[in-house]
Ligand binder design. Structure first.
Ligand code: CA
Length: 221
């Protein structure tokens, strides 16, 4: 689950970013309308948390443009403006929810979860491969019914493999998707994570056959 946070108050933005990351969401923080547009043009997001007062424009205008251009994922407005008119305008423009500042982080997380769940609809929220099962909403994995404890990075890696079963995934792609790094990761970091993932599933009777494709990357077979 990728979430875009558009918030110019650095401290607030980072706080949300950290909280979402701890819940195993992949979060990206941008402080301006311009950067939000770029981010959305670059890659898809599953939800957006949108502040209204931004240094280079109004979040509501951004929302209007997104909805006009066909962006359908849920948008949660976060704003110090708690005027009823703003709230109504936001919802009329296609926001899915409105949370006034100051907010509690637990409340924000609950709203995000509910938005993603409501919006999930036909979207796949459970990925399976043989006896391996990954619940994307609960962020939990099982092997033959037994829970497998994974870190958020391991969960993201598992999600990538399950979504691309049979495909050879290059190291570059894995680095981009799981670490959001376009630069070369410390050379053996991916290997370390893959090995750990294999070991955790082996401890539960196997089920996750990740093949090393020499010189290229990995493949879930
Ligand atoms: Ca602001």
């Amino acid at each position: 689950m990728k979430i875009l946070i558009v918030e110019d108050e650095r401290r607030v933005g980072q706080f949300i970013e950290r909280a979402l990351s701890e819940q195993s969401y992949s979060a990206r923080l941008v402080p301006t309308c311009a950067q939000a547009k770029d981010a959305l043009a670059e890659s898809p997001y599953d939800a957006i948390i949108l502040d209204l007062g931004l240094p280079d424009g109004d979040g509501l205008e951004l929302l209007r443009q997104w909805r006009t251009s066909g962006f359908n994922e849920p948008v949660l407005i976060l704003s110090a403006r708690d005027a009823v008119e703003d709230r109504i305008r936001g919802l009329n423009l296609g926001a899915d929810d409105y949370l006034p500042k100051p907010f509690s982080i637990d409340e924000l997380l609950a709203r995000v979860r509910s938005l993603v769940r409501r919006h999930g609809g036909s979207k796949q929220t459970v990925l399976t491969h043989g006896t391996v099962r990954l619940d994307l909403l609960a962020r939990s994995a099982t092997c033959a019914g037994a829970p497998v404890e994974l870190t958020s990075r391991e969960l993201a890696l598992l999600e990538l493999f399950l979504q691309n079963a049979g495909r050879v995934l290059t190291r570059t792609l894995i680095a981009e998707k799981v670490w959001e790094a376009s630069y070369d990761l410390e050379t053996n970091l991916i290997d370390v994570y893959v090995r750990r993932l294999r070991q955790k599933f082996e401890a539960h009777g196997g089920g996750l056959a990740i093949k090393t494709v020499r010189g290229v990357g990995y493949q879930l077979t």
